[in-house]
Design a protein around this ligand. Structure first.
Ligand SMILES: [Zn+2]
Length: 398
C-alpha cells in the first residue's frame, strides 16, 4: 500500500461550461506530482460533483475517507490538482492542512506547491493564496457558480465565509465565553474586556455573539423551548409582575433586582416596578422548603407499578364488558379516558424522582435550574413581594 493518496474532485458539469478540466487531466497531473513523494502506485480517492444526482454524503465520502486515512496514519502525502479541487473553502483548506499536520501528513497542491504550515513560506502561501483563491472563485463566474451550487447542496449560506474561517478567528473562544457567562450580552462584554475583536475589528455585541454561537451549535445551546437563556440568577425566568408580564432579573451596581419591562415603557403602570432580589429571597426559600418528594425511590416506583398493573387490568375489563355488549361505545370511551388520565398522572409522579435536592450554597445558575423544575412562575403582589408560586405538581407542596 502506498503512503501517497491522490484526491480528486469533479466539478459541476453541464452544458454551460464544457471546458472544465477533465478527470483524466486531473489524474495525470496528480500522478506526476505523486512520483515526487513515493515510488508505489498512489491510491486515488474521488468525490463527484453534483452531476449524476448523487446525494451529499456520497459526494463527500471520499473527502471523509481522506481525513480518516490521515488520522489512521495510512496517508503521508495528499496530492490534489489545485486548491479548488482540494477543498471548497478557505476554512476547509486550513482545517485539512491542520488535520494533516496533526497526523504527520503533508499536502501537495498542484498550483501552489506543498502546504506546510510550519514553514514560513508555506504558511504565507497557505493563508494568502487560499484567501486569494476564495476571492478568485467568487470573481470568476464559472467557479462562482460551482461554489454557490456546492454551498447550496451542503445547506451552507452563500456569501462571506463564516466567522472562524479566517486566521485569528476562534469560534471556541466565543463559545467558551457564552458557556461561562450564560448570555450573549455577557459573553460580548467578556470578549471585549479580553481585547478580542470581531472580524471587522470592532467590539462584540450580543447579536454578533449570537450569530457565531447559533452557527456553531444550533440545537444544544440555543433552542431550548421556553427558556430564552440559561438562568444566570436564582430567580431568572420566574417572577411575574401584578400587571401580568414576566419580569426581568438583572444585575445592577446595587445588586440583583427584579424589574418589570412594561413599567419602563408604560407611564400608567403601577409603582413600584422593581424589587431587590434580597427582599424576595426569604419568601422563595420558605416556599421551596415546602417541597415534599417521595421518601424513597423503590417505594414510589413499586407503588406506581402496582397501580399501573391494576389500571391495565381495569382497562382490559372495560374492553371485555364492551365486547360482551354490557356497555355501549360511548360508555366504553368514557371509562377508558378516565383510566388513561390516571395512567398519565402516574408518569407525572415518576418525574418526581428526577427532581434534585436543593442546596442554597450552589451557584445561582444551579439553584435556578432546580427552582424552575419546581415552579412555572412566582406571582408578585402590588408591593412587589411574592404572593404565590405556581407549582408544576401541586402535590409536591406540603
Ligand atoms: Zn408590570
Amino acid at each position: 500500500m502506498s503512503n501517497v493518496t491522490i484526491y480528486l474532485r469533479r466539478s459541476v458539469v453541464d452544458d454551460d461550461h464544457p471546458g472544465a478540466v477533465s478527470y483524466d487531466q486531473q489524474l495525470n497531473r496528480c500522478r506526476e506530482l505523486a512520483k515526487q513523494h513515493g515510488s508505489g502506485e498512489p491510491d486515488v480517492l474521488v468525490d463527484w460533483g453534483k452531476s449524476g444526482g448523487e446525494g451529499l454524503e456520497h459526494r463527500r465520502s471520499a473527502y471523509q475517507q481522506l481525513k480518516d486515512g490521515m488520522a489512521a496514519g495510512a496517508i503521508r502525502w495528499v496530492v490534489s490538482y489545485d486548491l479548488s479541487r482540494l477543498s471548497r473553502s478557505t476554512k476547509e483548506t486550513l482545517e485539512l492542512v491542520d488535520h494533516a499536520r496533526k497526523h504527520g501528513a503533508r499536502v501537495h497542491v498542484g498550483d501552489l506547491g506543498i502546504l506546510d504550515p510550519d514553514d514560513p513560506t508555506g504558511k504565507f502561501t497557505l493563508t494568502t493564496l487560499s484567501s486569494a483563491n476564495t476571492l478568485l472563485r467568487e470573481m470568476a463566474s464559472k467557479r462562482a457558480r460551482e461554489h454557490v451550487l456546492e454551498r447550496q447542496a451542503a445547506g451552507l449560506p452563500i456569501g462571506r465565509p463564516p466567522y472562524g474561517s479566517r486566521p485569528g478567528e476562534s469560534v471556541s473562544t466565543v463559545l467558551d465565553a457564552y458557556r461561562e457567562t450564560g448570555s450573549y450580552h455577557a459573553a460580548a462584554r467578556k470578549l471585549n474586556a479580553a481585547g478580542i475583536k470581531t472580524r471587522a475589528g470592532a467590539e462584540w455585541y450580543g447579536k454578533t455573539v449570537q450569530n457565531v454561537v447559533q452557527r456553531a451549535e444550533p440545537p444544544a445551546l440555543t433552542s431550548r423551548r421556553r427558556v430564552r437563556s440559561r438562568g444566570r440568577y436564582i430567580l431568572t425566568g420566574m417572577p411575574v409582575c401584578p400587571c401580568g408580564r414576566s419580569m426581568m432579573v438583572v444585575n445592577t451596581a446595587w445588586g440583583v433586582k427584579l424589574l418589570c419591562g412594561g413599567g419602563k415603557i408604560d407611564a400608567s403602570h403601577p409603582r413600584p416596578i422593581e424589587v431587590a432580589e434580597s427582599k424576595v429571597l426569604p419568601w422563595v426559600m420558605a416556599e421551596a422548603a415546602r417541597l415534599r418528594v417521595p421518601e424513597s425511590v423503590e417505594v414510589e416506583v413499586s407503588a406506581d407499578e402496582a397501580k399501573r398493573v391494576a389500571l391495565d387490568a381495569r382497562r382490559q375489563r372495560v374492553v371485555d364488558t364492551f365486547v360482551d355488549g354490557l356497555i355501549d361505545k360511548m360508555g366504553r370511551d368514557r371509562r377508558l379516558a378516565a383510566i388513561d388520565m390516571e395512567l398519565a398522572s402516574l408518569d407525572t409522579k415518576a418525574a418526581v424522582l428526577m427532581v434534585p435536592k436543593l442546596d442554597w450554597t450552589w451557584s445561582p445558575e444551579a439553584v435556578n435550574g432546580v427552582l424552575r423544575a419546581l415552579w412555572r412562575s412566582i406571582q408578585l403582589g402590588p408591593d412587589m413581594l411574592p404572593v404565590s408560586a405556581d407549582w408544576w405538581v401541586p402535590e409536591w407542596r406540603a
